[in-house]
Design a protein around this ligand. Structure first.
Ligand SMILES: *[C@@H]1O[C@H](CO)[C@@H](O)[C@H](O)[C@H]1NC(C)=O
Ligand SMILES: *[C@@H]1O[C@H](CO)[C@@H](O)[C@H](O)[C@H]1NC(C)=O
Length: 266
């Protein structure tokens, strides 16, 4: 009987407990406090033997979130709406080994976008974005294996010279497909760039510039020649007129002499 009364006295507290738990779960601030570890807002952080994983997938993010823990080893930012990566986008993550940026809208990687990640980063997924060109300065020193498939690549001399500087996933062999190409008549459009070994876009570009140069030079040459011809013709005309003038001089001189004698006579 005394036990029952004890229960009864604690009853209000028992009723209160679920609502307290609910409050803690529903209020975002309370939730972070309850979790105990800092995590980027709306992202999901988990800890494993191999280090911290931060998942920020499918959040419609348009910029890299702040507050990513500095001991993160894996960062998932896939299926968001990131349009570009600014310089120093991932500063202060010295342990980051895997970075998934696939299925975003990335078209621009600013110089130094991955600065600070070079020593630790092992895998970089940039697949299924809107990359047409690669700025080599964005990758400065980076040795991570990169997945660059599923982008609308503009295959030109610059891209063909940048790709060998990167450590590419084997899938890139078939996955880097030219959406457009320069020079357009190279036939690279629709081809997997890394499989077209015999196609050297830089040599082709050089050839087309050489041809353009020749055409320009020929144009100038023609202009100079036509001007010379015109000049000579015009001078010939002048010279002929001058000659005729000279030829006509003696008779005119005679006439004027005549007139002068006439005037003196008069
Ligand atoms: C993360 O930041 C804390 C506090 O500034 C620091 O003590 C810790 O060494 C940092 N960890 C890493 C891996 O840089
Ligand atoms: C590279 O990206 C493509 C497209 O997102 C994906 O299907 C493929 O599994 C990725 N490869 C690796 C090795 O991650």
């Amino acid at each position: 009987m005394p036990e029952a009364s004890g229960w009864c006295r604690l009853l209000p507290a028992w009723l209160l407990l679920p609502s307290l738990v609910l409050m803690a779960v529903c209020s975002p601030h309370a939730a972070t406090v309850a979790a105990g570890t800092a995590c980027a807002p709306r992202c999901y952080c988990s800890e494993a033997d191999e280090g911290k994983t931060v998942r920020c997938s499918h959040l419609r993010l348009t910029r890299v979130p702040t507050g990513i823990p500095n001991d993160t080893r894996r960062l998932y930012l896939d299926y968001n709406q990131l349009p570009s990566l600014p310089t120093d986008a991932f500063l202060g993550l010295p342990l980051l080994a895997e970075l998934d940026l696939s299925h975003n809208e990335l078209a621009v990687l600013e110089p130094g976008a991955f600065r600070g990640l070079a020593p630790s980063l092992k895998f970089l997924d940039l697949s299924s974005n809107r990359l047409a060109t690669l700025n080599p300065e964005a990758f400065e020193g980076l040795t991570a294996r990169s997945n660059l498939t599923g982008n609308p690549w503009h295959c030109d001399c610059a891209l063909q010279s940048t790709l060998p500087q990167l450590d590419l996933e084997p899938v890139s062999l078939t996955g880097i497909v030219c959406h457009t190409a320069d020079p357009a008549e190279s036939g690279a459009k629709g081809q997997a760039l890394l499989l077209t070994k015999e196609l050297d876009l830089c040599v082709l570009l050089k050839k087309t510039t050489d041809v353009a140069m020749l055409v320009t030079m020929f144009g100038w040459f023609t202009m100079v020649i036509s001007y010379l011809v015109y000049y000579v013709r015009a001078n010939q005309e002048d010279a002929r007129r001058h000659l005729e003038y000279l030829k006509s001089l003696p008779s005119r001189q005679g006439k004027s002499e005549e007139s002068s004698t006439i005037s003196t006579v008069v």
